[in-house]
Structure formats: structure tokens, C-alpha cells
Design a protein around this ligand. Structure first.
Ligand SMILES: Nc1ncnc2c1ncn2[C@@H]1O[C@H](COP(=O)(O)OP(=O)(O)OP(=O)(O)O)[C@@H](O)[C@H]1O
Ligand SMILES: [Mg+2]
Length: 503
């Protein structure tokens, strides 16, 4: 090896020193695309890998120097391990990981933290020894060297008194990314950080729900002293949820396990349950695959380009489980928030989607046909026409027919024309748009029985005239809109009219 004009020469190849500039590279590590929620999840991944049973997030947002801490009771680290953990690229992404290990790149602790703050302190306790180390980006910017500060005096550090006998605290200070707008207004800044935290809360309850569930959950997750409840996106414990059998796809690098769920219809659950399952994006946007890496949710509610999210498959959710041995095949990123399907898995998932689309279509068509054909006397007819479907008011309905008969001859035609006009004016485009926003919120107008009484009376008299019995009339009328919800009132009316006719 000899120096050539300041460069190194090894075996005939000229080489030059290209050590990264600490100040610039560490700033670059801030922008891997994390949000507060994905960053926090990455920190909690480490706690779970370290075997923690309790992870508490504490946030002090009301002081001049707000901070966020994640405290776990996992294995903790010795000082040497802690220093190694602070190193960007502390582990080789190509190295084999244990089955329960949620890490891959040796980067997450640093990149997730720097995405939210300029000062990261990790305090860890193991075998009775407590150690602390800090990356301060402002200091690195000045010194341009890859050195962490070792914390010899831990007293006075936020949350340090919360460190369990064995465990770790990840402390974020200088939260420049979380309070960009109101740097000098403590109250507004606090509100801004708290808003971001409550947004992250749902993400964490979903991400780790499989660790948090069960009579003996493996993980208790707390936010500022409050135990968080898991959100199971498949409503597995709801008795009306349909669960298909598990399917296993064995591959060289591991097994992909899939299971299809059909959520209960919204009428089968409370509004709160339904809304929690749909989340802020709603059910339409929450259908699709839920991909778990080692039981940790990495992608939620997307058909990954295999299908569109439509009303038809709105209640379909597919659990996909992958092991960490498939990280390279799935191109898992540092944030554990994106992945690409290997072609063979894509093919399998495509078949699952096609099957789901077929089943949902048949169920809806059957339900649609049934809805109308089961009614003996529909107010609306559903007619298949020119390859499409037309809804047309039924002018033969006894309420309409009966009223028309009461009208003088010259008005009857005009009356029927009005009804037909109402039918052809059905605002189909607006209905489509409303249905897309949330089909379950679109309903027919529920009338008061007082408004319907006259119409019911006409219909009952019409049907008695053609020789139907009172009980048949009751059955016929109450199987159809608009009387379906007024059975008792109709029964009373039928009895009164029958008695009147007999006396
Ligand atoms: N809470 C913790 N308890 C114990 N050890 C930890 C904790 N957090 C991090 N470590 C150690 O620090 C190392 C580095 O963590 P980091 O998140 O940077 O990388 P990783 O988890 O190995 O991989 P990835 O970049 O995919 O997250 C971990 O491998 C682990 O050994
Ligand atoms: Mg990690």
C-alpha cells in the first residue's frame, strides 16, 4: 500500500477516503419518511424485541422544552451494548434475525428518533448498572464527528425516575419537527403536539394489537398513564364476523399465511364499534390486505394495486402474515411501513381478491333481488333493462292505485304521470356519490305513521274490496315499505276498518 498524491493505493487500484461527513449524513437520516406514528412504532418494535411486557409513552408538552419518552421493561443494555445501539448501522441488514426480532437494519432507533427530534438520549439499565448516551444533532453539526455523549450524571433527566429495574428509556428532546408552527407559544405548541400524539394513538393500537390482545397479553401499552386497548381490524371476537379458513403458501424463505374476514354488516354492531373499525378514513378505505411482519402490522387496508376499493368488497379484510426471513423478498423498508409483494405471493393474493369480488357480487345481487322480490307489494320495482338496472315506482301498489281510483277520471292520468316523473327523477348520480361516502348513512325517508295513515286506509279498503282477509292484508302491507316499521298501527287500522265494514 502506498500513498499516491494523498490517496491510498491497494493492489494497483487507487482509492480515496470517502468517510461520510457526520454533520450532513446525520441530518440526512432525519428524512426517511417517518411520521410521528411510524417513528413511535419503530421505537416500540425495539422494546418488544427486547422482551418488554410494559411500554409506556410519556409526553411533557406544556414546558418550554417539551419531550417524549418511551419507557420499557425489556432486557435493557449494558453500556457497551448501548453505545453499539447508538451507532447508525449497528447491525447488518443481511444478518439472520431471531424469529421474534422486529428489527432489520440497525438504524430504526436513530432514524425514527431524528425524524422527530434533534436530541436523542437512551438510558438503559441492566444487571443493576444504568448507562446513558446522547446524540445531539446540533453538537454533531458543530464538531462533524460521529461521537455520542455518555451521560455520567443521569439525575434531572426527564422520566429517568420511571426506569424499571431492567429496561430502557428512549428520550426525545428538541422536538423541532413536532412544533414547527408555534415555537414561541407554549399553549399552542402543546396543543399541536398533543394532537399529533392522539393521531398516533390509533396507529399504535392497530400496529401492535396482536401483542396487546388476549386474556394474558404479551404487551401493555400506555400513553401518559392510560392503558391503550388494542384495535382488532377483523373484529374477530364479534359473533357476526365471517372467518374463512387459513391458507398457507410455503416458499423457500418462509411461509405466507392468509385468512379472509368479512366484517359484520353495520346494523349488527353499535355505532361506536363500527366507527372504531372504520377509523378516520372510513370502511371503504379500510378494506383490503392487512400485512403483518412477525405479528406486527406493517401495511393496513390496501389491495396493493390488485383491485380498487369498492362498496362491493367494503367489508372484506384479508390478514397476511409474513416472517422476518422474507424481508428481502418483500423489500421491507427501515420504517416497516412499506413492502412490495414477491410475484408468486402477488399471484396468490390476486386469486384471493378475485374470489372475494365474486362472492361479494353474488351476495349483493342475491340480497338486492331478494329485497324487492320478497316484498309482495313493492313500492319500487327493480327492473333489469338493457344490461342495467332501473328502479321504477309501482303504480299498481294498492295505496297508489286506491288513491287514483278516488280521483275524478280527468286527474288520474296526470297523477300517474307525476308518480312516473318522480321515478325517472331518482337522483342516481347523487345516490352513487353518497353511497361512496358511506352507504350505511343513506336511508329512505322514515315517515311518521300519522302521515301514512290515510295511505294505509286507502290500501286496506282496496285490498278488502278484492276479497283479501284482514290477516292477509296485514301480512302483505307490513312486508313492504313504507309500512314495514308500523306493524302495530296497521294492525289496529285493519281491525277498525273491518269492524266498521261489518257494522
Ligand atoms: N428498547 C431497547 N431495549 C434493548 N435493546 C435495544 C432497545 N432499543 C434498541 N436496542 C438495541 O439497539 C439495536 C439498534 O436498534 P435499531 O432500532 O437502531 O436497529 P434494529 O432494531 O436492529 O433494526 P431496525 O433498523 O430495523 O430497527 C437493536 O438491535 C438492539 O440490540
Ligand atoms: Mg429497531
Amino acid at each position: 500500500m502506498q500513498s499516491v498524491q494523498g490517496n491510498l493505493q491497494i493492489k494497483g487500484k487507487r482509492q480515496a477516503d470517502a468517510t461520510p461527513h457526520a454533520a450532513s449524513l446525520i441530518e440526512g437520516m432525519r428524512d426517511f419518511g417517518y411520521t410521528l406514528e411510524t417513528a413511535m412504532a419503530d421505537i416500540i418494535d425495539n422494546s418488544i424485541t427486547a422482551g418488554a411486557g410494559r411500554v409506556e409513552i410519556l409526553a411533557e408538552t406544556t414546558t418550554d422544552e417539551p419531550w417524549i419518552a418511551v419507557i420499557d421493561d425489556g432486557s435493557g443494555m449494558t453500556e457497551a451494548e448501548l453505545i453499539e445501539a447508538m451507532r447508525p448501522g449497528s447491525k447488518n441488514p443481511l444478518a439472520e434475525r431471531e424469529g421474534h426480532d422486529l428489527g432489520r437494519f440497525g438504524l430504526g432507533l436513530k432514524s425514527a428518533s431524528f425524524s422527530q427530534c434533534r436530541q436523542l438520549t437512551v438510558i438503559s439499565r441492566r444487571n443493576g448498572q444504568t448507562s446513558g448516551a446522547t446524540w445531539d444533532l446540533d453538537k454533531v453539526a458543530k464538531t462533524n464527528v460521529w461521537n455520542v455523549d455518555l451521560e455520567d450524571d443521569l439525575h434531572g433527566l426527564p422520566a429517568v425516575d420511571k426506569l424499571p429495574e431492567t429496561g430502557t428509556i428512549v428520550l426525545w428532546r428538541k422536538l423541532d419537527r413536532l412544533s414547527t408552527n408555534f415555537r414561541h407559544d407554549t399553549a399552542k405548541r402543546s396543543a399541536e403536539i398533543n394532537k399529533a400524539l392522539s393521531g398516533a394513538e390509533r396507529h399504535l393500537r392497530l400496529c401492535f394489537h396482536r401483542y396487546m390482545e388476549g386474556s394474558r397479553p404479551k404487551l401493555k401499552l400506555l400513553l401518559n398513564g392510560r392503558l391503550l386497548a388494542p384495535i382488532d381490524p377483523f373484529a374477530t371476537t364479534h359473533k357476526a364476523t365471517q372467518v374463512d379458513p387459513e391458507e398457507v403458501l410455503p416458499l423457500v424463505s418462509g411461509e405466507v399465511v392468509t385468512q379472509c374476514y368479512t366484517l359484520p354488516h353495520h346494523k349488527m354492531m353499535s355505532r361506536a364499534e363500527w366507527e372504531e373499525l372504520g377509523g378516520p378514513e372510513g370502511h371503504l378505505r379500510s378494506q383490503g390486505f392487512y400485512i403483518y411482519r412477525e405479528k406486527r402490522l406493517i401495511i393496513a387496508g390496501s389491495w396493493l394495486g390488485l383491485a380498487r376499493q369498492t362498496e362491493l368488497t367494503k367489508l372484506s379484510r384479508v390478514r397476511v402474515d409474513i416472517p422476518n426471513t422474507m424481508d428481502a423478498d418483500w423489500k421491507i423498508d427501515v420504517r416497516k411501513a412499506s413492502a412490495q409483494m414477491p410475484p408468486i405471493v402477488r399471484e396468490r393474493l390476486r386469486r384471493i381478491v378475485e374470489r372475494l369480488q365474486g362472492t361479494s357480487k353474488r351476495t349483493y345481487q342475491r340480497r338486492g333481488r331478494k329485497l324487492v322480490s320478497e316484498e309482495n307489494l313493492p313500492l319500487w320495482n327493480r327492473i333489469q333493462k338493457d344490461g342495467g338496472i332501473v328502479y321504477r315506482p309501482n303504480v299498481e301498489h294498492p295505496s297508489i292505485q286506491g288513491f287514483a281510483d278516488l280521483l275524478p277520471e280527468e286527474f288520474r292520468h296526470g297523477f300517474r304521470a307525476c308518480i312516473t316523473l318522480l321515478g325517472s327523477g331518482l337522483p342516481v348520480a347523487a345516490l352513487h356519490a353518497d353511497m361512496l361516502g358511506g352507504a350505511e348513512s343513506v336511508e329512505s325517508d322514515r315517515s311518521d305513521f300519522a302521515e301514512l295513515a290515510e295511505m294505509a286506509e286507502t290500501a286496506i279498503r282496496e285490498l278488502l274490496k278484492i276479497g283479501m282477509t284482514g290477516s292477509d292484508i296485514l301480512k302483505t302491507l307490513c312486508s313492504t315499505e313504507p309500512f314495514v316499521n308500523h306493524k302495530d298501527s296497521v294492525r289496529q287500522l285493519v281491525e277498525e276498518i273491518e269492524q266498521g265494514e261489518h257494522s
